[in-house]
Design a protein around this ligand. Structure first.
Ligand SMILES: [Fe+2]
Length: 221
């Protein structure tokens, strides 16, 4: 067995040895032509596999899609902004879930927890949709902060009525972003994203409805 510079046996040497052992077991020694032909074929297949693996390592992180690059870039931009907004709304909803107080504590605490779960559940499908169309998605809390359009609320105290009103506004803002993204995806015939958005728009409208009705008691009571 030959040694490559540095004293290590090359991977081709190991392959040769393994091939020889395997071929001796599979074929009778009386058929050297068949052994030689098969040996050559297997070495060529291995060379192709190595070349393909190298090509895959060097390829950019893009995925297969029938959408044009211009479309995927625009859709990914809209979806990543939406994803940042969804994370911002999730944290705001949880923030109010944790800090709400007053006579309706139990109702609001539970309502906001339910809404936060629903909001969080769409983060992964949004990010994976971006990856499915071959683009990159968010990688950090810092990138969320850069892209979010829904503002945070770090006030020490927010009244329950103001919490419900602010969440209603933030959900309406998210709805607006979803509708705009839906229009963009429709233009590019990205039916999978529009289909997902239609469900999320319905869910957001339900959240707005509940926040509105729950807030009505606060305003009159
Ligand atoms: Fe909780």
């Amino acid at each position: 067995m030959s040694e490559v510079p540095g004293g290590h046996a090359s991977s081709n040497d190991h392959l040769d040895e393994r091939l020889d052992e395997g071929l001796e077991e599979t074929f009778p020694a009386s058929d050297p032509v068949a052994v030689h032909a098969l040996r050559k074929e297997m070495l060529m297949l291995n060379a192709d596999a190595v070349k393909n693996a190298e090509r895959r390592r060097m390829a950019p992180l893009t995925g297969p899609t029938q959408l044009k690059r211009e479309a995927t870039r625009d859709i990914a931009g809209a979806l990543n902004a939406l994803l940042a907004d969804v994370f911002a709304l999730y944290i705001k909803t949880k923030n109010f879930h944790w800090h709400v107080s007053g006579p309706h504590f139990r109702d609001y605490h539970l309502l906001l927890d339910e809404q936060a779960d629903q909001i969080f559940a769409i983060t992964d499908p949004i990010a994976e949709r971006v990856r499915k169309i071959g683009e990159g998605t968010l990688r950090s809390v810092g990138q969320i902060a850069q892209r979010q359009r829904i503002t945070d609320n770090e006030a020490d105290y927010v009244s329950p009525a103001d919490m419900l009103a602010e969440l209603r506004e933030s959900n309406l803002q998210l709805l607006q972003g979803m509708r705009e993204t839906h229009s963009l995806c429709s233009e590019h015939d990205d039916v999978a994203t529009t289909s997902l958005l239609e469900v999320w728009i319905d869910e957001a409208e339900r959240r707005v409805w509940f926040l509105y009705e729950a807030g009505r008691t606060e305003r009159t009571g």
